[in-house]
Design a protein around this ligand. Structure first.
Ligand SMILES: Cc1ncc(COP(=O)(O)O)c(C=O)c1O
Length: 370
């Protein structure tokens, strides 16, 4: 199962000098992605203009993301961030005449911020129980009046993985649309929007998608997209850019010129991910995380994730001084991602079992000497 890092590590200069375990925040920069960023820069420097090339690259990033999640390119909008994707989704729901929204305690805080700002909607927040979101909770909280249910595919703080297909069965039966925040899963856990019955899904490029900030994708199921009139829409979301009609499909959720430099990075990064195959990445990440969870427990560290459920693709370790620990680890060239009172070790296909064990040794040594 170690063959992925053996095959691909040489593409990542930083992993030669650092233990890079922060893919839930920012993954390591791959050489093809670095070259793509430079290509954008150089095209401006040497050609003076690169609009047509940048538009082509935008379509290539869209196609690659569509492939990654089992969608059609027309079902993908290019937006600046996952938060923007949700704002756009929220701006399109008035056609349904329903004013109740459900989201979960495990959603990223942005989800709550977006709905607080939409003061004409009432919200219900599904609480987690022992670190999980049991399906019965969805049965209880989603009502006839619920227009949209927002769920994270993976919890940003401990990696808890939800069964999106099972949730979609509930939202469909209850007449609610389903919005999936896949920012913590896209790139290391396979996603199949059609097989799962997802209505909308968003993911940004800088975490497991191997890109840089400034860009995210919003999937909207085609038949649904064509029926919606998002209020956040402008010339990149209109036919030919200038006609007085919304573009077909999810493109109508677009506004202005995308951050082309991020688009170049995303096109190269997604092409690499699709070439490797996310199911292979999932197998590898799952195996090394399972080993690391056991190793951390043996070292007396407390894991943040619930012990039952699907193996998370990160190792989340409880630590009241997570920020301080992360700063100490950084001095030793171990890059992890602290969040609240948790240290997240989030590997990707370029990481090895030994790297995770090394990070755990460092955390355990720090905890003992405190
Ligand atoms: C699960 C999840 N959703 C949303 C966000 C916010 O994304 P953005 O800054 O692109 O709005 C994050 C950022 O860490 C996240 O982890």
């Amino acid at each position: 199962m170690e063959h992925l890092p053996q095959k691909y590590r040489q593409l990542f200069p930083t992993v030669q000098t650092h233990t890079m375990l922060a893919s839930c925040s920012q993954s390591a920069l791959a050489e093809p992605v670095s070259r793509a960023i430079k290509d954008y820069h150089d095209s401006l420097l040497h050609m003076g203009t690169n609009w047509n090339e940048a538009i082509e690259k935008t379509e290539s990033a869209r196609n690659e993301f569509a492939k990654l999640i089992g969608a059609e390119p027309d079902e993908i909008a290019i937006v600046p961030s996952v938060s923007d994707a949700l704002v756009s989704a929220a701006s399109s729901l008035s056609v349904f005449g329903k004013k109740h929204v459900v989201y979960t305690e495990m959603d990223f805080p942005s989800v709550s911020h977006v709905w607080q700002a939409q003061s004409d909607y009432t919200v219900s927040v599904i609480p987690s129980i022992d670190g999980e979101l049991p399906l019965e909770q969805y049965e209880t909280y989603i009502m006839d009046e619920t227009v949209l249910t927002c769920v994270p595919h993976v919890h940003y703080r401990d990696g808890f993985v939800q069964d999106v297909k099972a949730i979609a069965e509930i939202t469909q039966r209850k007449g609610s649309l389903l919005f999936v925040d896949a920012y913590q899963s896209a790139g290391h856990i396979p996603i199949d929007v059609k097989a799962w019955g997802v209505d909308m899904l968003a993911a940004g490029t800088r975490k497991y998608l191997l890109g840089i900030p400034g860009m995210a994708f919003l999937y909207v199921r085609k038949e649904l997209a064509d029926a919606l009139k998002p209020k956040t829409s402008a010339w990149f979301g209109w036919e030919s850019g200038f006609e007085a009609a919304y573009a077909k499909g999810a493109r109508r959720f677009q506004t202005g010129t995308p951050a082309f430099i991020s688009v170049y990075a995303a096109a190269a990064a997604l092409s690499l991910l699709n070439h490797i195959g996310v199911s292979h990445i999932r197998d590898h990440v799952k195996t090394i995380c399972a080993d690391a969870c056991q190793y951390a427990a043996e070292k007396g560290l407390q894991l943040a994730a619930a012990p039952s459920g699907e193996q998370p693709g990160m190792v989340a370790i409880r630590d009241e001084r997570a920020l301080e620990t992360a700063a100490l680890l950084k001095k030793k060239k171990v890059i992890c991602a602290p969040r609240d009172a948790v240290i997240r070790l989030a590997p990707h296909f370029y990481n090895t079992k030994d790297e995770l064990r090394h990070a755990i040794d460092e955390i355990a040594a720090k905890t003992i000497h405190m």
